[in-house]
Design a protein. Structure first.
Ligand code: FAQ
Length: 337
């Protein structure tokens, strides 16, 4: 019997051990196939194909990094929020994003990579995070546009991920989505207040929507025919809908909500296609998307630099926590002896 993906095979094995390992892989694959067919869940200790593990680790770690880097554009406005109440709300929102990063790093760790390794990859500039966070937040209205459009796109993408086949990821998404709903509403409310303010405030809101609209649409990833991971990811019940499908749904949601705001979306080609029953939008600049992914977006360098500084500034906290944990272990050993 052939060993399928060497997952359970140590370096040197006797023929009997090799046979047993191959049997474990065959049984594991059969269980995995059953779980996929039943649309049930894989848990950390279950056997899983090496490529499934790799792809999950890729997506979840990128997602975690996005939450952490995503704190920066808004944290930048905490000290400049127009009132104490706005400051408190924004601070709570930014803290929530840190929490999302932590749930996601924890979920990713169950797949066998340590948080330190993931963080090292991020600060070395080797890991991806969402393109959207490489754009600048220029005015207070951008806090509204980020909440409404960016968190709105995040919810649209993440609600289906609550049903992801990997248990720790799906469960983390449930809580994340609840918090993202609050974030989206606070963004909508900021824009609503500005849109109903002076002509200058309304213009500021419109300008922010104009700048964040296209980058928010690109958050859903490249068009389906240029999305190398989608096919497997959907076959494995990680992604439930394609990038274009979710982008189209999002446009439909925004079209309704922008009317309530009394603003417009900067896209004259939005229309509902009666034949396909899908929302369509105007062309997006995919070259810009590729540039941002290649590290050449407006704020890529700044975001990474800030993350490195924060990591260095936090070294004493990590060292203190490690020293305290070591002390506790020693105490327990002494107590046991
Ligand atoms: N940015 O084959 P696909 C948030 C990469 S959280 C950067 O289509 P896939 C909350 C992709 O990784 C926002 N890279 O990939 C918040 C792949 O590269 P790889 C983050 C992107 O995985 C709000 C390559 O392009 N959300 O906003 C992007 O099937 C406010 C080919 O793409 C998530 O991460 C992009 N936009 O689909 C926080 C959700 N799009 O890995 C603070 C979970 C694609 O092969 C403030 N992730 N790429 O080297 C997903 O749902 C999926 O991973 C997609 C991409 C849909 C992002």
């Amino acid at each position: 019997m052939a060993v399928q993906n060497l997952q359970s095979v140590p370096a040197e094995l006797s023929p009997e051990e090799l046979e047993a390992a191959a049997q474990r892989d065959a049984d594991g694959q059969a269980n995995f196939d059953r779980v996929m067919a039943e649309d049930s869940r894989i848990e950390p200790r279950d056997w899983m194909p090496a490529d499934y593990r790799k792809s999950l680790l890729r997506q979840i770690s990128q997602h975690a990094h996005s939450e952490i880097i995503g704190m920066q554009p808004e944290a930048n406005w905490i000290s400049r929020a127009p009132s104490l109440k706005r400051k408190a709300i924004l601070m709570a929102k930014v803290q929530d994003e840190a929490g999302h990063g932590l749930y996601l790093y924890s979920a990713a760790e169950t797949l066998g990579q340590s948080r330190d390794e993931m963080m090292d990859a991020l600060i070395a500039g080797k890991a991806r995070y969402s393109s959207i966070f490489n754009y600048p937040a220029r005015t207070w209205a951008d806090m509204g546009a980020i909440g409404w459009l960016v968190d709105g796109a995040a919810i649209c993408n993440q609600v289906p991920l609550c049903r992801a086949s990997y248990g720790p990821y799906g469960r983390a998404m449930v809580r994340v989505c609840k918090e993202e709903s609050f974030h989206q509403r606070q963004g909508f409310e900021i824009l609503l207040e500005l849109a109903n303010g002076t002509a200058e405030q309304k213009q500021m809101a419109q300008d922010a929507v104009n700048r964040w609209y296209a980058p928010a649409l690109m958050m859903f990833g490249p068009p389906d025919d240029d999305s190398p991971n989608s096919r497997e990811s959907m076959a494995w019940n990680i992604k439930r809908f394609s990038n274009d499908e979710l982008r189209s749904r999002f446009v439909g949601m925004m079209v309704e909500q922008v009317r309530v705001l009394g603003l417009t979306l900067p896209d004259s080609e939005i229309r509902f296609n009666e034949d396909t029953k899908k929302w369509e939008h105007g062309p997006l600049d995919w070259n810009e998307f590729k540039e941002v992914l290649a590290g050449r977006g407006p704020c890529n360098a700044q975001r990474l630099e800030r993350r490195r500084e924060a990591h260095d500034d936090g070294a004493w906290v990590r060292e203190s926590a490690a020293a305290y944990a070591a002390k506790q272990v020693n105490k327990q050993k002494e107590y046991a002896a």
